[in-house]
Write a protein that binds this ligand. Sequence first.
Ligand SMILES: C[S@@+](CC[C@H](N)C(=O)[O-])C[C@H]1O[C@@H](n2cnc3c(N)ncnc32)[C@H](O)[C@@H]1O
Length: 335
Amino acid sequence: MNIDKKRANGRYYTCGNPFQLEPFQRWAKESDLEQQIVLEPFAGAKNIPQLIDATQLECQDWKFYDIEPGAKGIVQRDTLADFPKGFNVCITNPPWLARNSATRRGLPYPESTNYDDLYKYALEQCLINCLWVAAIIPEAFIRSGLFQKRLCDFISLVPQKQQSTNLENKKRETSSMFEDTEHPVGLALFAPSYTSDVRIWRNNKLLGKLSELRQHLPLPSSNRSIVFNDPKGNLGLFAIDNTVTASIRFCPPAELGEYQVKTQCRSITKIGVPWNVDIDILNTRLTTIRENTYDVFLTAFKGLRRDGCYRRRLDWALARSIIDVENLQLTMRLE
Ligand SMILES: C[S@@+](CC[C@H](N)C(=O)[O-])C[C@H]1O[C@@H](n2cnc3c(N)ncnc32)[C@H](O)[C@@H]1O
């Protein structure tokens, strides 16, 4: 299938199996999956029920819908416009399509929503209509702050390297979630009622509660005297990990040599800071934040680093709050 056609319907089918993970297994018990008729409103080629079967979980039955069914037994319907009613449980991987990507490529995007990505609109429909929702969505969702009242668990799905000697298996060593995109993905699990906090997982490893992880972030800074993309800046920043390890770091601007600062650039920059910066202290703060928050608040990139983690980017807002000397003084007073 042509890539723009896939994009138009957000059509990347699920292949990896996140349903074997402990948090999903618990969610399945709590939602009484065995007794439920489960809704898959964006069914594609019916991959999700096969994955659930493979984990030995059972449900009473499934009901499938898709605007463009990819297998038999799927009702053809635009479920975004006319969402199926009467289901307690929904398990899906909805269509993903960023509004700006749709505009750039001339693809249709529903006018009935202000969300910047189709998956948010699709997820909202699932949550309005169903009590229990499990959805495979972009990993970035956890930083969006959306729909958190009923979110009980969020799992960052990191492809695992499987040890194998057999050549055929070696080709599949890293079990990616999708056939044709390595977009960082997560599995969001929602309950019928308000949850007091969200458990954050990396596969089967519990990283902590969202509110606890947030406590390791510096206070937000609105200090506009710290100027990003300043060609004469006194601080350099490599804001994106390399493909090997967690390599984001502050550096002396001289290390960037003749590098020409570009206003749109989000990977390497020079920063104007109106005081003498201690680069070692900034890098120590950055490392501590990364270790304590497991990078949950840094944007992940396509493709894994050699150490098995997603490459991450430090955005300007968090960089500013790390640099801000007032924050630094406050943190020191608290320590
Ligand atoms: C990301 S794919 C996932 C398919 C399947 N859930 C899976 O995990 O393999 C999203 C699916 O949503 C379907 N879709 C997109 N827009 C839709 C709409 N408005 N109504 C119903 N299905 C839609 C696409 O045709 C595609 O099959």
